[in-house]
Write a protein that binds this ligand. Structure first.
Ligand code: AMP
Ligand code: GLY
Length: 424
């Protein structure tokens, strides 16, 4: 098969790395890719949101399958674009059409969907300019902390949590009146705070059947001890010790199956991955959010734990028999530690040379914000690299990732040294 992966972060490097190991893949392209994906396939300078350029390239190169990494092209309708073009419709797209991608693209849609299909989630209401006063009233009726969510995509920054009511009310007004997140906060979801432990659960679905991938625990805050602002994720571990058989059975019966049932009742065909961002509240799972893709950095920890052929999984998704995929999971523990540019998730500098990559031993290095420039690898983003180690237990895996994190250097390198410490 000829496969095209869209995206250029750590997740896409992990996807490209896994695909390139399959004998079923004859040629792999990544658009736009990064310094890491160029080691697995051929990078192409195409913006994943430029659907007509993606389509022309796919036709020209006889691509059989397009694997969409990030959410934005999905929310913007890349799967629909392929389906509606007679020249492209025979090409399989891994990822939902725009309607299904609303699960991530609109928090208000996702909450209404969960409400309709009785899927456990935080109590909520959504508000806009016309219902601003009702929103302020609703906020007053809740107990702190207060959770405000911009309805639309906001590059992972659209969720604000406050301890004080006056701060929550003032930000709520800013989100709507001053369009703090542009169009994305024309509508704001206000919801109850859920106190518990987070877990990322991944299902691959063909729209009817599903299979679970390994789960992961993501460490979202920038600072050690889970302090400071939220990031895309500073590291993660897989498996998650509290995700035992009983907990996962609740996740299947109360969340995954009702979600797939709801999608099918709404006639939303869905082929791809659903990432359930869950909160474990005293043993019961609640949905914090849906994502319509794999997670980043979760992909860098979970894909190395899949021993079986990943391309075969993608084929099972397109052939409507994903439940028959012979998934083989590596029982070892994976830890992915992110090396970031100092200042991230706020302002940071880039363009610094990354050295020491050749010193890394017994870990995988996935490239995120790292690009090739005059034969040197330089930093080009907030999250720069993910260092993944697979060992018998978390302690060993985390020690290995940190040992290798010390060997790699670039100016203003920052990483959390406490990823996974709560599990040891
Ligand atoms: P989201 O973008 O929806 O994933 O939210 C970002 C982060 O905010 C989540 O990963 C949680 O840590 C936190 N969060 C979101 N909603 C809630 C909630 N209802 N209760 C507690 N924490 C939340
Ligand atoms: N790591 C969380 C995400 O990918 O959304």
């Amino acid at each position: 098969m000829q496969i095209l992966v869209l995206g250029g972060g750590g997740r896409e490097h992990a996807i490209a790395w896994k695909i390139s190991q399959s004998h079923l893949c004859k040629k792999l392209f990544v658009a736009p890719g990064n310094a890491g994906t160029s080691l697995c396939g051929e990078n192409v300078k195409i913006d994943p949101n430029d659907f007509s350029a993606v389509g022309v390239f796919a036709k020209e190169k006889n691509i059989d399958m397009v694997v969409v990494g990030p959410e934005e092209p999905l929310v913007n309708g890349i799967a629909d674009h392929f389906l509606h073009d007679p020249n492209l419709k025979s090409i399989a797209v891994i990822g939902p059409k725009a309607e299904g991608a609303r699960l991530e693209g609109s928090k208000a849609f996702a909450k209404a969907f969960m409400h309709k299909y009785r899927i456990p989630t935080a109590k909520y209401q959504s508000f806009n300019k016309d219902t601003l006063n009702e929103g302020l009233h609703f906020l007053k009726s809740l107990h702190p902390p207060y959770v405000l969510k911009a309805d639309g995509l906001a590059a992972g920054k659209g969720v604000l949590i406050f301890d004080k009511l006056d701060e929550a009310m003032s930000s709520f007004k800013k989100m709507i009146n001053e369009r703090m997140f542009g169009n994305a906060s024309d509508c704001v979801v206000v919801e109850e705070f859920l106190d518990g432990k987070e877990i990322s659960v991944f299902a691959a679905t063909d729209g009817c059947n599903y299979i679970l991938l390994p789960e992961a625990k993501d460490y979202k805050r920038i600072g050690e001890g889970d302090t400071g602002p939220n990031t895309g994720g500073m590291g993660c571990v897989s498996p998650v010790p509290f995700a035992d058989r009983l907990f996962m059975e609740k996740v299947r019966k109360r969340i995954i199956e009702p979600t797939l049932d709801g999608l099918s009742k709404e006639n939303i065909g869905y082929k791809g991955f659903i990432f359930f961002g869950l909160m474990n509240v005293e043993g019961d799972p609640y949905v914090i959010e849906y994502n319509v893709r794999l997670g980043d950095p979760e992909a860098e920890a979970i894909l190395p734990r899949i021993n079986s052929d990943f391309v075969q999984l993608l084929i099972h998704i397109t052939d409507n028999n994903v439940h028959e995929y012979p998934m083989e999971i590596n029982p070892r523990c994976a830890s992915a530690v992110i090396l970031a540019s100092g200042g991230y998730p706020g302002k940071y500098r880039k363009g610094y040379e990354i050295t020491g990559l050749d010193m890394v031993k017994d870990s995988l290095v996935f490239f995120a914000g790292a690009s090739l420039h005059n034969d040197k690898i330089i930093t080009s983003g907030g999250r720069v690299l993910a260092i993944t180690s697979l060992e018998r237990n978390f302690k060993q895996a985390l020690r290995k990732s940190k040992l290798n994190a010390e060997k790699i250097d670039f100016i203003e390198k920052y990483y959390r040294r406490d990823i996974g410490n709560d599990l040891i």
